[in-house]
Ligand binder design. Structure first.
Ligand code: FAD
Ligand code: DLZ
Ligand code: SF4
Length: 512
């Protein structure tokens, strides 16, 4: 046997670098379900099912192609529980001349991988993950020329490099960004579209039973599992989005609506992140819809920016700054994560909705993650490591390379402004403007403090007061601090007291 090719659970693509030159006559492809990956955070059960089912479907597709696949299931006797342990066993079994693997998404796994060659005494080739448009080296060069790492300029380079939505060397429509036309609340009388569902097949049902047995106590329900688990399914899901939702994507990107988790979002991050879709083909499909006159430019540009802009940029920051990136805590936030993040039990309708749908679908859209659960964690001063662990666990698309910069940087400002020029702190007014949550809430969004006041209000003002020394001189916070300056001393004291009492009263328990 010539080459042992290891494919990880978020690399289930025939085009992944480690399979590029697969020789089905002589090579062995290896995949393993391992306890270390199942348990490094308490993953939502739907996330585990998606990964294991996608792995098993990919195994079968490779076998149909004639490849030899060494596949270790979670409950197989002798399973060592780790990538390193399983690779060791496979090397002993197949005595390959070399191992080939695609670079992992997470630093933690890369840190183990780089010792394999010495540990096993045979060549281990770690190939660049060319599913991404921007390499780590290219991002490092870009970052070196900048005072601050703002996404917008990086995005323009990616547009030029990919040719997406370009008109020669100029941006299509004469502008790079059409956000002025985007981001409206959900129209009052409009019913959100039905999402295309992918009912579990036999393989998925087997995995669901395994996960129920193996992880009986982790977060999230499996009842509504309907994610696609194959390449074809993911392509169908993308088609469904492009046909029914893309035209309204920009307009409704920031909207929130009760009992409507998906609205006009793409629902493609889980597929992109495990290899069922590529970033390039997804954006090309969207660009084609625009060029065919099916979707307006503000929608297509807004969507493509999320992928070749934000997604690539976030990954660039992760690999630029790891492993030290996770250590910062610029705002010195130390509170434990309240239990309500796991239970969803709270009188705050916005939090109950965002966490409840996360429990049911392993999904919340960007604004719920940023401006509801994220904003609460920021203004309540919750310890970054606890918030990050939650985000890494509960979402169907969560991997550290994308979760960490979003949570640590964008939401918590724990990186002291590397990623965003100011904290995204907001009072209840923002949630009220962009959702119908407040009308169904027991708290009064118009009240700053006192009986019945919306917790987002007094927590916001308490946050601003707490961090006045650090943030007041930030030019982007100047307007907000003008309002702080107008607060009478007695009201400042009342806000501080109410915020402390409210937070001290929130139940905490050891995380699952
Ligand atoms: P859409 O709203 O349809 O957007 C289209 C695509 O753009 C997404 O599929 C995604 O690939 C990309 N995208 C949009 N925003 C971002 C962003 N900020 N960073 C990276 N990609 C982006 N995304 C993940 O894939 N995994 C995570 O673990 C993750 N954690 C997040 C944590 C926080 C605190 C925040 C604020 C955002 C996080 N995001 C994460 C980004 C974003 O919320 C999700 O990508 C998006 O909600 C996925 O749903 P969708 O496919 O319907 O996205
Ligand atoms: C997230 C995850 C889970 C839950 N289980 C597995 C697994 O059993 N086997 C596997 O190969 N991958 C799994 N993954 C995805 C890995 O955690 C992911 O490949 C690494 O974090 C590298 O990005
Ligand atoms: Fe959330 Fe406050 Fe609105 Fe209630 S009133 S839904 S707590 S923002």
């Amino acid at each position: 046997m010539r080459t042992l090719r290891l494919v990880l659970g978020d690399q289930v693509s025939r085009h992944v670098a480690a399979l590029r030159d697969l020789d089905t006559e002589r090579d062995v492809v290896m995949m393993c379900e391992v306890q270390d990956e199942i348990a490094y955070v308490p993953h939502h059960r739907q996330k585990i099912v998606l990964i294991l089912s996608a792995m098993r479907h990919f195994r079968d597709a490779l076998r149909r192609e004639g490849a030899t696949v060494h596949y270790v299931t979670l409950d197989e006797p002798g399973n060592s529980g780790s990538f390193t342990g399983e690779l060791k066993r496979a090397i002993e079994k197949f005595t390959p001349q070399q191992v080939v693997v695609t670079a992992p998404g997470e630093y933690r796994v890369w840190d183990a991988m780089r010792h394999w060659e010495a540990a096993f005494g045979l060549p281990v080739e770690i190939r660049r993950d060319d599913r991404f448009i921007c390499t780590a080296t290219r991002f490092r060069q870009w970052a070196r020329q900048r005072q601050n790492l703002r996404m917008e300029f990086f995005y323009r380079d990616m547009r030029r490099e990919t040719g997406l939505l370009m008109d020669g060397d100029r941006p299509e429509g004469g502008a790079w960004n059409f956000d002025a036309e985007n981001r409206k609340p959900w129209p009052k009388r409009e019913t959100p579209p039905a999402r295309r569902r992918f009912p579990p097949d036999t393989i998925t049902r087997e995995v669901m039973a395994l996960v129920e047995r193996h992880c009986p106590d982790t977060f999230g329900t499996l009842d509504a599992f309907d994610w696609a688990v194959t390449r074809q399914g993911a392509l169908d899901a993308l088609d469904d989005f492009v046909i029914h939702s893309l035209p309204f994507f920009g307009r409704s990107q920031d909207a929130m609506k009760r009992d409507a988790p998906f609205l006009h979002h793409g629902l493609v991050s889980a597929y992109l992140n495990i290899g069922l879709l590529t970033a390039r083909e997804t954006c090309q499909r969207v660009e084609q819809a625009y060029r065919d006159g099916h979707a307006p430019l503000n929608a297509a540009e807004g969507f493509i920016r999320q992928i070749i802009g934000w997604r690539e940029y976030i990954r660039g920051v992760y690999w630029l700054k790891m492993p030290t990136y996770a250590h910062g805590n610029a705002l010195e936030a130390t509170r434990p994560l309240p239990w309500l993040y796991w239970s969803g039990e709270t009188t705050m309708e916005c939090m109950a909705q965002s966490i409840g749908q996360t429990r049911d679908h392993a999904y919340a859209h960007h604004i719920q993650r940023l401006m509801v659960t994220g904003n609460f964690a920021l203004i309540a001063g919750i310890a970054p490591v606890e918030v990050e662990r939650w985000y890494l666990a509960v979402f169907i698309d969560a991997y550290e390379w994308v979760e960490l910069p979003n949570t640590h940087g964008m939401v918590l400002f724990a990186d002291d402004g590397l990623l965003s020029s100011k904290p995204y702190a907001a009072s209840g007014a923002y949630i009220n403007r962009m959702s119908d949550y407040c009308g169904a809430c027991v708290h009064d969004v118009k009240k700053r403090q006192g009986d019945g006041a919306c917790p987002f209000n007094f927590l916001y003002w308490d946050f601003m007061l707490r961090h006045e020394d650090r943030l007041a001189h930030n030019p982007r916070m100047a307007l907000a601090y003008k309002n702080v300056a107008r607060l009478p001393p007695a009201e400042r004291d009342a806000i501080r007291a109410q915020a402390r009492a409210f937070l001290d009263d929130l139940p905490t328990r050891p995380a699952p």
